[in-house]
Each structure stands twice: as C-alpha cells, then as structure tokens.
Design a protein around this ligand. Structure first.
Ligand code: ZN
Length: 321
C-alpha cells in the first residue's frame, strides 16, 4: 500500500494485521479499548507495518468496533505505523477522513446477494457510494489524502451464490478504478479460493487495471488453503498480505467462514523464505499471549505458536535477498 507514512525500513512483503477489525467484529466479546490499544501498540512495536484498527460502522450493528475513532487517533501516534480502517459507505469514509486514517478500505462484494446481506446495498448503489467516497477523499488537501482501496469480497466464490464469474470480478475491478479508487484488493471472504484461481484472477485484474492497482490480497484459511494461496499471490508479485493474529475472525455473513490467515504463521513463512517483513516473531507470539489472556473464551489458531521457531531459525536479511 502506498501511503507515504509507511515505515522507511526496507521490507519485501507488507503484512497487514486485520485482527483488530476482522477478528474482533466476528466474536461476541467486546474487547475493552485499552486492551485494543495495547494490542495495536505491541504489534506495531513488534514491527507490523500496517494495522486495520477498526471499521466505521454504526455501533448498533457492530458494538465490538464502536471505539474505532479513538483507535485511529491512538494508532496515529505510533511511529511508522500505517493506520488502516474499513468503511462500508460515505458516512464511514467521512469519519475516517475526520480522524486522518492513512488507508481506507471499502468492501465491494462481487456477489450481489452477499452485498445485500452484508451492507444492504446493490452493486449500483455500491458504485454510487464508491464515487461519493472518491469525491470526499479528493476534496482533502493532497497531504492528508488517504489511499482508497476497493476490496472485492467474495471474489473467489460466495456461500450464497456459489461460483462467482471471474469476468465479473475483473469488470468490477475495472469499474472501481475507473471511478477513481487508488487500488483494488482481492478478498477470499469464504475461503473458497485455490492457488490456481489466485494466480489467474490477480494476473487478469492486473492486466486490466495495471500492476500497481492491485497490490494486496485478503485470504482465508477456511479450507486449509490460506498459505498455499499466499504463495500463489507472491509468485505474481502481490506485496501486501492481510492476516489476523491467532487467525481470529472470518465473516459473519459467510456461514462457516472462520479463520483468517494466521499472522504468526504468515510471518514465519515469509521470513523463512528470505522475504523481509520487519516483524519479530517472538514479540508477535508475546502479543498473541496477551490477546489470548484478554479473550480467554476465544480460540486462537496457528502452528508456529504451538511448535515454536525451528532451532537456529534465521530471519531474512537485506544481504540474503
Ligand atoms: Zn477476513
């Protein structure tokens, strides 16, 4: 992602933590604001370069995320951290702009049935909303403008509609860019995706809108394909991967879709392959312990936390890449 505020330390792949949004919105427990701040600060201190700290949705819909404005303000005090938020509509975007979020992600479900269930809007209404958000962002002074990403959700299949035509995903990506979004993202909301599909779809969209317009993917591990799908994304040059500490979260409107990619396992994969993330895994595991303690009733996932780092594990370094 392209905001000028990203940490200057050289990294090869940006790991974007979404647990504080995607994770917490999918559990019933409301994590106290102070515990969220501690989580965000500790992950930033562990080297995580970008965190989606919340979502600007009405508190009656997602009381778990009612403190998003305060979290954006807090996260912006952490040096080098790219502060991302999700917004479903113009009103949310206005709140994000008021707080000065660095990156705004707007979900656009390729499945219209899912869009109606998730944000109660048709595709036509969502494109109107995107155009309004583009205008609101453009009205900001250049230095204060966040990057605006339209995240194409259910891009790999929908629990309500089944298979999603790739032509439709590509066409919706083109439309979002034509309306003025800075970039599109691809989101496997339902965990239906496979590596061939990831490779094909990312390649097609990049051919249609330009490589620099698709840099990030949001993949789920619902059927165990999460890291295999990451590999496919890396092969075609995707540089930002979303993940959630302990794999917390999924999507409440996609029944059965639990389990974002686990941040700890993702960072291990990348560093073990010589790709720099800037993240200290031991410190990340310590954050996991703190989050588990704050959410004692929630199940956290992940293999590295169970098995530990291999003896003699070496992080990727500049000279190795
Ligand atoms: Zn997710």
């Amino acid at each position: 992602m392209t905001a000028a505020t990203v940490a200057t330390e050289a990294i090869d792949v940006t790991v974007s933590e979404v647990g504080t949004r995607d994770g917490l919105q999918n559990i019933d427990t409301i994590l106290p604001t102070d515990a969220k701040k501690a989580w965000i600060a500790a992950e930033a201190a562990a080297g995580v370069p970008e965190i989606e700290v919340g979502s600007f949705v009405p508190p009656r819909l997602l009381p778990q995320l009612a403190d998003t404005a305060e979290l954006v303000r807090f996260a912006k005090t952490l040096p080098g951290l790219n502060v991302a938020v999700l917004v479903p509509n113009l009103r949310g975007a206005q709140a994000a702009l008021a707080e000065g979020a660095h990156h705004i992600s707007m979900p656009l479900s390729v499945s219209e049935t899912h869009s109606l269930a998730n944000v109660r809007k048709s595709h036509a209404q969502m494109f109107d909303e995107i155009a309004a958000v583009v205008a609101a962002v453009a009205a900001q002074p250049a230095a204060a403008r966040p990057t605006l990403e339209v995240s194409l959700s259910t891009a790999f299949g929908c629990t309500l509609e089944g298979p999603v035509p790739e032509d439709r995903v590509v066409a919706m990506a083109e439309r979002a860019i034509a309306l003025g979004a800075d970039e599109v993202g691809l989101s496997d909301t339902t965990g239906y995706g496979n590596p061939s599909q990831v490779r094909r779809l990312t390649t097609r969209i990049r051919a249609a809108v330009g490589r620099e317009r698709l840099t990030g993917v949001h993949l789920h591990n619902t059927r165990g394909q999460g890291l295999a799908n990451v590999m496919a994304a890396l092969e075609v040059g995707i540089t930002t991967i979303d993940s959630s500490l302990g794999g917390l979260g999924g999507c409440p409107f996609a029944p059965g879709a639990s389990g974002n990619i686990v941040t700890e396992d993702l960072v291990f994969l990348l560093e073990a392959m010589g790709l720099r993330t800037g993240i200290d895994i031991d410190r990340l595991l310590a954050v996991r312990g703190d989050v588990q303690a704050a959410l004692p009733d929630e199940t956290l996932y992940g293999f590295v936390a169970e098995a530990g780092l291999p003896k003699g594990f070496a992080y990727a370094r500049a000279e190795a890449s």
